[in-house]
Design a protein around this ligand. Structure first.
Ligand code: SF4
Length: 470
């Protein structure tokens, strides 16, 4: 995924930029970058953050930065910010999203014979440089951003730091968020609003789908109105958004509590305690426990002092090992207990399988699993959210292959909780994970917990459909 933060201030912006960007560290795995604009141009640093937190990597650079406007990013794969000099002027750019038609856009640019790409990390075109190229095809930043939004398939939200000010442009269908905050003498654009309160900002605007604003010392100016079609990613609330953040004005923690409560309302199971798989399972479990009137306990506690980032590293076996090392058990809360766990989602199920094994080892009597979202049947084609995962690795697709002998053409049957195919798939996963029972969230309950109309929320991961009304 990745996340960005940008700021325009009447005084030096570096501290706000540094901490504001750092509040996006849970969203990205590999690269961190900051660029600050000043009288003589830009100062920029980019670091590999795979094994070290953003803050410790950039602390030594802070003395180099000086300026009243800047952009920062936590990125999954590519080096950012990109600095560009063109007929539009000197500008810096950061992007978040996934461009699906990179080759086609690059070939079109090559055909004009005066384009080249130089930021070839891993020998692939840097998507942010490609976006800068699309912007440079036009006669103004606004027209250039509109050109990029129109040509990109997939999604791309961006911040542009220019002599006119900071442009913030949300992707065409609003799959990723951009929120504007203000305080005395400064204005900022962020993907996670949890960056605002401790830096003194108040949210003043949630950008709509495709909306573009220019932020400068005169204030916030809309330069492109939002479109009508919103397809905001439901996973922002269920899994990867930070609990204290708001998207479309709706708080993440509150939605997770509602998801847990919805699970409880459809459940009849008798258990001794409710628990969450930390961290994002915790608020779902709290919602369940309150609704069901059951005690909430913490049989696993997360060890965070030296394992602070949940997405890293990229390698799956190392990631599984890190996940295991982070979860430390409390045997007294496990032995002989009938336990119900809430989890944000089941992706491959490999980490969960290990967690369940440990619960059996410590003498759990029953283990009931309640994922806060429906079974994930489709990989995400719109964000880099699941780029390292093949669809066929999903726990659902493994189950379907076992049931059908091959991958299935009728996946919609497995997304519908009313079908026997769905029931067989869930039972297959339950057995593989050695659970006493497994009951997934229903899609309508999840969407209702978010609180937006169904057609405004992307639910493709679960339904195979984006923008469906039912
Ligand atoms: S497919 Fe899934 S992860 Fe991707 S934008 Fe839609 S809901 Fe989010």
């Amino acid at each position: 995924m990745g996340g960005f933060f940008g700021v325009v201030s009447s005084s030096d912006c570096v501290a706000d930029l540094f901490f504001g960007t750092d509040y996006h560290s849970h969203l990205g795995t590999q690269r961190g970058g900051m660029a600050v604009m000043h009288r003589d141009g830009f100062t920029r640093h980019i670091h590999d953050i795979r094994n070290t937190q953003f803050r410790s990597k950039f602390e030594d650079n802070l003395k180099d930065f000086k300026g009243k406007s800047g952009i920062g990013i936590i990125s999954d794969y590519d080096d950012q910010p990109i600095l560009v000099r063109s007929h539009l002027g000197h500008f810096g750019i950061v992007t978040v999203g996934a461009i699906k038609n990179t080759d086609e856009l690059a070939q079109r640019a090559f055909a004009r014979r005066h384009t080249h790409f130089s930021e070839l990390g891993n020998n692939v075109i840097n998507p942010t440089e490609l976006v800068a190229t699309l912007i440079n095809e036009e006669d103004s930043f606004t027209n250039g951003i509109c050109n990029a939004q129109a040509q990109i398939e997939g999604s791309c939200s961006m911040l542009l730091l220019t002599a006119d000010g900071l442009y913030a442009a949300r992707d065409r269908l609003g799959r990723t968020p951009i929120i504007i905050g203000q305080k005395d003498g400064a204005c900022a654009a962020t993907m996670e609003t949890c960056a605002f309160p401790n830096l003194g900002y108040e949210t003043i605007k949630y950008l709509g789908p495709g909306e573009v604003v220019l932020i400068n010392d005169q204030g916030v100016h809309q330069v492109k109105a939002p479109g009508n079609d919103l397809q905001v990613c439901a996973f922002l609330w269920v899994y990867y958004g930070y609990p204290s953040s708001h998207f479309e004005g709706i708080n993440v923690e509150v939605v997770r509590n509602r998801c847990g409560a919805a699970l409880a309302r459809r459940d009849q199971v008798e258990v001794d305690l409710v628990a969450g798989i930390p961290d994002s399972g915790t608020p779902h479990a709290l919602g369940y426990a309150v609704e069901a009137g059951l005690p909430y306990r913490r049989p696993f506690v997360k060890y965070t002092p030296t394992w602070p980032r949940s997405f890293m590293p990229q390698d799956q076996s190392v990631r599984d090992l890190v996940a295991r090392m982070k979860l430390t058990p409390i045997p007294e809360l496990i032995k002989g207990q009938r336990m119900l766990f809430c989890e944000d989602s089941i992706v491959r199920g490999t980490q969960l399988q290990d967690t369940v094994q440990r619960l059996h080892y410590y003498g759990a009597k029953e283990i009931h699993m309640r994922p806060a979202c429906p079974p994930l049947v489709y990989g995400c084609p719109f964000l880099n959210f699941s780029r390292s995962r093949s669809d066929l690795d999903l726990a659902t697709r493994k189950a379907i292959r076992e049931l059908e002998g091959e991958d299935c053409n009728n996946l919609e049957l497995y997304s519908d909780p009313a079908t026997e195919q769905y029931a067989a798939m869930v039972e297959n996963i339950r057995k593989r994970l050695k659970l006493t029972s497994l009951q997934y969230q229903r899609l309508d309950d999840m969407v209702e917990s978010i609180g937006l109309p169904r057609e405004k929320v992307c639910t493709y991961c679960w339904s195979g459909c984006s923008g469906c009304k039912s």
